[in-house]
Design a protein around this ligand. Structure first.
Ligand code: HEM
Length: 178
């Protein structure tokens, strides 16, 4: 398995890094556009039912667009992490540290993995809340729909934007570290 990943990365390096970067662009850029352009625009709709319906629909479209790229991001991440040999440079097969600097880079990979996991879980939670809001809207329960959507806009999307930008910065650090 490891050899397959190393060989795949060696043969398709440019494509894999490109897919990783474009996935980050679409996921993080999509959230920034929704939060700072669409959200402001939707808030100008005075009819609360229509406003909430448009918000739920916009988020549905965003989540449908970014989900495949979330998967591409982790697949390319694994290919890069193994293909670039971070673990092999840091540890011997017994798990003993052989190079402190390489070990710090390998730990940085773990930080990116943790960031991806938190972002993906947060995305899953947002999808769940959005679906609940849609159901509440169909039942005419505007209060519940508002409660479900408000947290997404106020905290959940901003948290993922900050984490995404952090992951991009760490990516640049990694790229220039070896
Ligand atoms: C799942 C865990 C992740 C791992 C193991 C990982 C690993 C890496 C590695 C090794 C590089 C350097 C590639 C090279 O040297 O050519 C990189 C670059 C990059 N990563 Fe990740 N990454 C992960 C998650 C993420 C996430 C969540 C984002 C953003 C949402 C992201 C955005 C980027 C970007 C934009 C670059 C390009 C930086 C540059 O070209 O200077 N990564 N990543």
């Amino acid at each position: 398995m490891k050899e397959f990943l190393v060989e795949t990365f060696a043969h398709h390096r440019t494509l894999i890094v490109f897919l990783h970067v474009i996935s980050a662009v679409i996921w993080v850029g999509g959230m920034i556009a929704i939060r700072f352009a669409t959200h402001q625009s939707l808030s100008l709709i005075s009819d609360p039912k229509l406003r909430l319906e448009r918000a739920a629909h916009t988020l549905k479209r965003l989540f449908a667009i970014v989900t495949p790229f979330v998967i591409v991001l982790i697949v390319t991440a694994v290919l890069m992490a193994v293909g670039l040999g971070f673990r092999a440079a840091a540890m011997d097969p017994m798990g003993n540290v052989i190079d402190e600097y390489a070990m710090s880079l390998y730990n940085t990979i773990h930080i990116k993995e943790a960031i991806w996991l938190i972002m993906a879980l947060n995305l899953g939670a947002m999808m769940w809340r959005r679906a609940k809001a849609e159901t509440a809207l169909k039942e005419g329960n505007l209060e519940k729909a508002k409660e479900m959507l408000a947290l997404i806009a106020q905290y959940m999307v901003p948290v993922n934007i900050v984490l995404g930008i952090t992951a991009i910065f760490i990516g640049v650090v990694l790229r220039n570290a070896y």
